[in-house]
Ligand binder design. Structure first.
Ligand SMILES: Nc1ncnc2c1ncn2[C@@H]1O[C@H](COP(=O)(O)OP(=O)(O)OP(=O)(O)O)[C@@H](O)[C@H]1O
Ligand SMILES: [Mg+2]
Length: 265
């Protein structure tokens, strides 16, 4: 199957993860805006902080999926006798959720996951059964998908991103961000995500200091190096989306997108 994002029958499914504050949301939103020039995009906000909309330049969030208690109970059978015993439908109907609970703006449909009860890999609460089924459905659709993950690695244990084509780890120039990315690589592979890429973000002009960090990561995994850009800080203060604030940043994310396309080809 060709997955070059232009001629492929299916869109690319990309999860963006990394340590807190490295620029996941800034990059995910901008990447979604760039991909939307090619085909429809589904942007998934999987961070309970629910701020992907700022980076996309979307005025209001849709209702978070985790708050749709009645719908989740009805679709998973949680309000039936079996449900009261903890037995839920593993394949609840979800194919209408995107249209009913997504917010669409200029080729992008934003879905917000909300806060879901925490649980280990074996968590079988109805919210998880529903969200898993919803994400499985979304990852099989023809749109591009960009998922903005929660900071850190805990979500990988819950397998939220299971089924994406590629895990993109964002790192800033710090050993701890790189260590987080290395753990993300191994945990992504554990849940069956075969492709892994790293983008350096907030990189200072003098790149010599990065050598030690770069050596910790296999070179073939590095797909981009985005400079520190003061225009982005200004934009986040003003609540302006990055794609409108910095043409230079957009160009860097376009190059990143091309590298990801190449990896998925
Ligand atoms: N290349 C860059 N240059 C300068 N500032 C940047 C750059 N990329 C992101 N930022 C800024 O860094 C801050 C954090 O970015 P962002 O919210 O995207 O990070 P995050 O990884 O999603 O954080 P969280 O872990 O809280 O979800 C924001 O103020 C953003 O504008
Ligand atoms: Mg974020």
């Amino acid at each position: 199957m060709v997955k070059n994002g232009k001629a492929g029958a299916e869109g690319m499914k990309i999860a963006v993860a990394g340590k807190g504050g490295v620029g996941k949301t800034t990059i995910a939103g901008t990447l979604a805006r760039i991909l939307a020039k090619e085909r429809e995009v589904i942007a998934i906000d999987a961070d309970p902080a629910m701020n992907l909309r700022f980076s996309l330049g979307i005025k209001e969030n849709p209702r978070p999926i985790s708050e749709l208690k009645d719908l989740i109970a009805e679709r998973t059978g949680a309000n039936t006798e079996l449900g009261s015993l903890g037995v839920f439908k593993l394949n609840p109907k979800v194919d209408d959720v995107l249209a009913n609970y997504g917010v669409r703006s200029e080729g992008i449909t934003l879905l917000v996951m909300g806060t879901v009860r925490k649980g280990g890999g074996g968590c079988t609460c109805p919210e998880h059964a529903f969200l898993r089924a919803l994400l499985r459905h979304i990852f099989r659709r023809s749109e591009h998908v960009v998922m903005d993950c929660e900071a850190g690695i805990e979500h990988l244990g819950r397998g939220t991103a299971r089924g994406v084509d590629i895990m993109l780890a964002v790192v800033e120039p710090s050993m701890s961000a790189v260590e987080t990315a290395i753990r993300i690589k191994s945990l992504s592979s554990d849940i069956g995500i075969s492709k892994f890429a790293v983008v350096f973000n907030k990189v200072p002009e003098n790149r010599n200091s990065l050598n030690t960090l770069v050596r910790r990561i296999s070179e073939e995994n590095i797909v981009g190096c985005i400079p520190y850009d003061p225009a982005l800080l200004k934009a986040s203060i003003e609540g302006k989306p990055p794609f409108k604030a910095s043409p230079a940043f957009v160009e860097h994310v376009k190059a990143l997108k091309d590298e990801i396309c190449d990896m998925l080809r």
